[in-house]
Write a protein that binds this ligand. Structure first.
Ligand SMILES: *[C@@H]1O[C@H](CO)[C@@H](O)[C@H](O)[C@H]1NC(C)=O
Ligand SMILES: *[C@@H]1O[C@H](CO)[C@@H](O)[C@H](O)[C@H]1NC(C)=O
Ligand SMILES: *[C@@H]1O[C@H](CO)[C@@H](O)[C@H](O)[C@H]1NC(C)=O
Ligand SMILES: *[C@@H]1O[C@H](CO)[C@@H](O)[C@H](O)[C@H]1NC(C)=O
Ligand SMILES: *[C@@H]1O[C@H](CO)[C@@H](O)[C@H](O)[C@H]1NC(C)=O
Ligand SMILES: *[C@@H]1O[C@H](CO)[C@@H](O)[C@H](O)[C@H]1NC(C)=O
Ligand SMILES: *[C@@H]1O[C@H](CO)[C@@H](O)[C@H](O)[C@H]1NC(C)=O
Ligand SMILES: *[C@@H]1O[C@H](CO)[C@@H](O)[C@H](O)[C@H]1NC(C)=O
Ligand SMILES: *[C@@H]1O[C@H](CO)[C@@H](O)[C@H](O)[C@H]1NC(C)=O
Ligand SMILES: *[C@@H]1O[C@H](CO)[C@@H](O)[C@H](O)[C@H]1NC(C)=O
Length: 464
C-alpha cells in the first residue's frame, strides 16, 4: 500500500523541469562487492573446461536500452570504444518494446510478443542454452541489482544509491531473457545461472566466468531510466577496466556491446553495436562493418563458432541471421546474404500485428520449430528437444483468434509459480501474479526532482 502511494507520488515530477541525473557508481569497482550489485555472492562458479571455438572461446553480450544509433554514436565513450573494435552500422533490433527483443536474442523468436508483460514460455521451446549445453559450453547470465540468483520476480526494488534516499526499481525480469523460458526457470541448476553482479565479481576473481555470457546492467546504468551520458559513464566504470583484465577479456574473447531497440518507433529500428575484445584482430580495430545484422546474428555467430546447429526459428532466416563478417571470414562461412544498401530492409519497428502464442489479439498456439530448415550459420542441424511433437508445424496451426475479444489471455501469460518465487529481503516486488505493464517507477531518474524526492522519502519514512 505504502509502495503504491509512493509510486503514484513519483509521477508528480513529470510537471517539473527534467533534470539530467549525475552518474553514481554502484561500487568502488566492477570487482568490489556492493549491495548495489544485488544480493551477496554465493561464491564463484567452478572453473569449467574450455571448449575451443573456431574463432573465439568466449562470447559476452552486454545489452543497453532504448537509444537511437545517432545518439549513441555521438557519445565520446562509444566513439572511443569503436576505435578498439568494429562498429556495426547495419545492425537492427527486431521489434518494440524491450522484452520481445531480449527473448528473441536467446530463443530465436519473440512469438508475437508486443509488450513487457510476465510470460512463461513452455519448457519444450528451446534456447541457446540447450545448444551450448549439448557441447558442454559453460554459460551464465549476469543481472545487475538482482536480489538473489535465479530470481523469478517481475521486478525488484533496492535502496536508491543514486539519490541516496528511499528505494528504486533497478531490476526487471523483462531484461533477463532466459528466465522467461521454463526450460531455464524450471530447472534449478539452470535457473541459478542467472547470477548477480556480486557473483560476477567472484567469478572473474576466480578466473571462472563461463564461455557464453549475457550481461544486463540495472535500469539506470543501461540508459533505460537515464541518458546515454549516464550509460557511457557506467561503461567507463565497469567495462573499460574489465577490457584490460585477462580473466574477462583474453585474446579469445569476443564482446558484443548492443542496445535492445532504438528510441523512435516511427522509423526502422537501427541500433548501435560494437564488437570488442581480444578476438578482434588488430587490423580490424577501428573499422566499420555495414553488413545487415539483427539480434538473431548473435545466435548464428555463436552457433557457427562452436558448430551448434540452430533452434529452427529466426536463426534460419537467411536475411536476418547473418554471421558477423569478422567471424564469417575467419571461419570460412560463406552463407551471409548481405542487404547493405537495400531499399527493402525487413521492417523491424512493428509491434502488435505479428501473430503468435504471446499475442492475445492475434493468438496462435506454440508450434514446433521447423526441423527441416537450414540453419543460417550452415553449421549443423536444427536442435529438437525430447518431447517436442514435430507434427505440430506452423502450417497445421489453427487460424489466429482474438483472445481479447473472448476476454481471455494467452496461456503463457502471468502464470508464475508463487511458491517457487524468491523475494528479496527488504524489497517489495511488484505482485508477480500480475501481468500488467512494466514497473511504473521507470524513468524516475530522468526527471528526478529534489523536492519530490524529499516528499517521497518523508512519506516512506512515515509509513514504514
Ligand atoms: C560433455 O561432458 C560429459 C561429462 O563430462 C561427457 O560425458 C560428454 O561426452 C561431453 N559432451 C561433449 C559433446 O563433449
Ligand atoms: C545463495 O544461496 C542460498 C541457498 O541456496 C539462497 O537461499 C540465496 O538466495 C542465494 N543468495 C543469492 C544472493 O543468490
Ligand atoms: C576480487 O578481488 C579484488 C582484488 O583482489 C578484491 O578487492 C575484491 O573484494 C574481490 N571480489 C570478490 C567478490 O571477492
Ligand atoms: C593469447 O594469449 C595466450 C595466453 O595468454 C598466449 O599464450 C598467446 O600467445 C596469445 N596469442 C596471441 C596471438 O596473442
Ligand atoms: C516503420 O518504419 C517505416 C520505415 O521508416 C515507416 O514507414 C513506418 O511507418 C514505421 N511503422 C510504424 C508502425 O511506426
Ligand atoms: C532509428 O533507426 C533508423 C534507421 O532505421 C535511423 O534512421 C534513425 O536515426 C534511428 N533513430 C531515429 C531517431 O530516427
Ligand atoms: C520435415 O521432413 C519430414 C520428412 O521428410 C516431413 O515429414 C515433415 O513434414 C517436414 N516438416 C516440415 C515442417 O516441413
Ligand atoms: C509443448 O508442450 C506443451 C505443454 O506440455 C504441449 O501442449 C505442446 O503440444 C508441446 N508442443 C510441441 C510442439 O511439442
Ligand atoms: C481484438 O479484440 C479487441 C476487443 O474486442 C479489439 O479491441 C481489438 O481491436 C481486436 N484486435 C484484433 C487484431 O482484431
Ligand atoms: C510451485 O513450486 C513449488 C516449489 O518449487 C513446487 O513444489 C510446486 O509443485 C509448484 N506448483 C505448481 C502448481 O507448479
Amino acid at each position: 500500500m505504502a509502495r503504491t502511494l509512493a509510486l503514484s507520488l513519483l509521477t508528480l515530477p513529470l510537471v517539473f523541469a527534467a533534470q539530467a541525473p549525475t552518474f553514481k557508481a554502484p561500487s568502488e569497482g566492477p570487482l568490489i562487492p556492493s549491495p548495489n550489485f544485488g544480493g551477496p555472492s554465493n561464491g564463484s562458479l567452478s572453473k569449467q573446461p574450455v571448449q575451443t571455438g573456431l574463432m573465439f572461446d568466449r562470447f559476452i553480450q552486454i545489452w543497453l536500452e532504448n537509444t537511437d544509433f545517432a545518439t549513441a554514436n555521438s557519445s565520446p565513450t562509444f566513439q572511443s570504444l569503436a576505435k578498439q573494435g568494429v562498429l556495426l552500422t547495419g545492425y537492427y533490433a527486431l521489434t518494440h518494446p524491450s522484452e520481445p527483443n531480449y527473448v528473441a536474442s536467446v530463443g530465436g523468436d519473440f512469438f508475437g510478443m508486443h509488450d513487457d508483460n510476465l510470460y512463461n514460455i513452455p519448457a519444450n521451446v528451446s534456447t541457446i542454452v540447450d545448444l551450448l549445453e549439448g557441447k558442454n559450453i559453460s554459460w551464465a547470465s549476469y543481472q545487475e541489482t538482482m536480489a538473489t540468483d535465479g530470481s523469478l520476480d517481475f521486478s525488484e526494488d533496492a535502496p536508491d544509491y543514486v539519490d541516496g534516499t528511499g528505494t528504486y526499481t533497478y531490476y526487471v525480469r523483462k531484461h533477463n531473457p532466459l528466465i522467461v523460458f521454463d526450460s531455464v526457470a524450471g530447472n534449478t541448476r539452470r535457473r541459478n545461472l542467472q547470477r548477480t553482479f556480486n557473483d560476477f565479481a567472484a567469478d572473474v576473481n576466480a578466473s571462472a566466468i563461463p564461455q557464453w555470457l549475457f550481461v544486463t546492467p540495472n535500469l539506470v546504468d543501461d540508459a533505460h531510466d537515464t541518458t546515454i551520458e549516464y550509460a557511457s559513464q557506467w561503461l567507463e566504470f565497469w567495462l573499460l577496466p574489465l577490457l584490460k583484465d585477462e580473466r574477462f577479456n583474453d585474446n579469445r574473447t569476443l564482446i558484443l556491446l548492443t542496445f535492445d531497440e532504438n528510441e523512435t518507433g516511427s522509423v526502422n529500428n537501427q541500433i548501435l553495436s560494437i564488437l570488442l575484445g581480444g578476438a578482434v584482430p588488430e587490423a580490424a580495430r577501428g573499422t566499420a562493418d555495414d553488413t545487415y545484422y539483427t539480434h538473431y546474428s548473435s545466435l548464428s555467430t555463436v552457433q557457427a563458432n562452436w558448430g551448434l546447429g540452430c533452434l529452427g526459428r529466426g536463426d534460419t532466416d537467411p536475411k536476418m541471421a547473418n554471421v558477423y563478417d569478422l567471424v564469417a571470414k575467419a571461419i570460412g562461412h560463406d552463407g551471409n546474404n548481405d542487404l547493405t544498401g537495400s531499399s527493402d530492409l525487413p521492417l523491424t519497428n512493428l509491434s502488435g500485428p505479428i501473430p503468435g502464442p504471446l499475442n492475445e489479439a492475434v493468438y496462435v498456439p506454440f508450434t514446433a520449430q521447423n526441423a527441416n530448415a537450414t540453419c543460417a550459420n550452415k553449421a549443423g542441424k536444427v536442435f529438437v528437444a525430447p518431447g517436442v511433437d514435430l507434427s505440430l508445424t506452423a502450417d497445421k496451426a489453427p487460424a489466429a483468434v482474438n483472445l481479447t475479444a473472448l476476454n481471455e489471455n494467452v496461456p503463457a501469460a502471468g502464470n508464475i509459480n508463487l511458491s517457487a518465487t524468491a523475494t528479496a529481503p527488504g524489497s517489495s516486488p511488484t505482485s508477480p501474479g500480475s501481468s500488467g505493464p512494466s514497473p511504473t517507477s521507470g524513468a524516475a531518474h530522468t526527471m528526478v526532482n529534489l523536492a519530490v524526492a524529499i516528499i517521497v522519502a518523508t512519506f516512506i519514512g512515515l509509513t514504514l
